[in-house]
Design a protein around this ligand. Structure first.
Ligand code: PEP
Length: 256
């Protein structure tokens, strides 16, 4: 399989970090380290940072993403943001189904599916996160868990829309813990995700979908992780908040 057919994507997930003023400073530091990237570079930022982020990056190769969106176009959902609102602002990407949303905010595969459909309908590109808990890995059911998430989160979503979707494999035990999956573990599950997509949508579609690894990826382990055939990029939390480290990961993807 030819990895170069797929777009490599390095995306930062800032989580609940950086005020708008701090976001401006960080993005101004990221622009120079990203400017020669031979991969797509995205910064997924808190809702309140989107305006300034879009402004700072408007003439650059850095794209902006939100960290979630609701499935309804509008209505009585206090505190939520719709896909249509993001699209109107000019936000191209949105992270969906992040394990922190599933763990702390009651997201289920059903709501992730609804949000993914709404994002696609509004013209956004979802970065759909899936991943197993440590307990599930120890019980040897990683593949069942991942297959279930992929099937449910993408339920009733067309091949055409799946081609606009990025999948992020994020083992929950590796997120923000400093514990990284080995490159072999990351490759094994990313290959399994591709095989699951092939069963659902055919091999050609599966071969064209960008599958990222996320979970304590940093400037020291990125080269090895990104060298794997089925690892097409990274979703990066902590290390995306330090321009130098994020830049080193972008360089690793450019070479990888
Ligand atoms: C994430 O937030 O998606 C993530 C992978 O975080 P970290 O890189 O900090 O583990």
């Amino acid at each position: 399989m030819d990895k170069s057919k797929r777009k490599a994507i390095i995306a930062g997930n800032w989580k609940m970090n950086k005020t708008p003023a701090e976001a401006k400073v960080l993005l101004e530091e990221i622009l120079p380290v990203a400017k020669d990237a031979d991969c797509e570079v995205i910064a997924c930022v808190p809702f309140v940072d989107l305006s300034v982020a879009l402004e700072v990056t408007k003439d650059s190769n850095v794209k902006i993403g939100a960290e979630n969106c609701h499935w309804a176009e509008s209505g009585a959902f206090t505190g939520e943001i719709s896909a249509k609102m993001l699209a109107e602002m000019g936000v191209p990407y949105v992270v969906l189904g992040h394990s922190e949303r599933r763990q702390y905010f009651g997201e289920t595969d059903e709501t992730v599916n609804k949000r993914t459909k709404a994002a696609l309908a509004a013209g956004l590109k979802p970065i759909l996160c899936v991943g197993e808990l440590l307990w599930e890995r120890e019980c040897n059911i990683t593949e069942e868990v991942i297959a279930r998430q992929i099937k449910l989160d993408l339920f009733d979503i067309s091949a055409e829309d799946v081609l606009k979707t990025v999948i992020a494999y994020e083992p929950v035990w590796a997120i923000g813990t400093g514990k990284t999956a080995t490159a072999e573990q990351a490759e094994e599950v990313c290959a399994f995700i591709r095989a699951t997509l092939a069963k659902l949508y055919g091999q050609d579609v599966a071969d064209a979908v960008t599958i990222q690894y996320g979970g304590s990826m940093n400037d020291s382990n990125a080269v090895e992780l990104l060298s794997k055939t089925n690892v097409d990029g990274g979703l990066i939390g902590g290390a995306s908040l330090v321009a130098e480290k994020f830049g080193a990961i972008i360089d690793a993807a450019t070479k990888g």
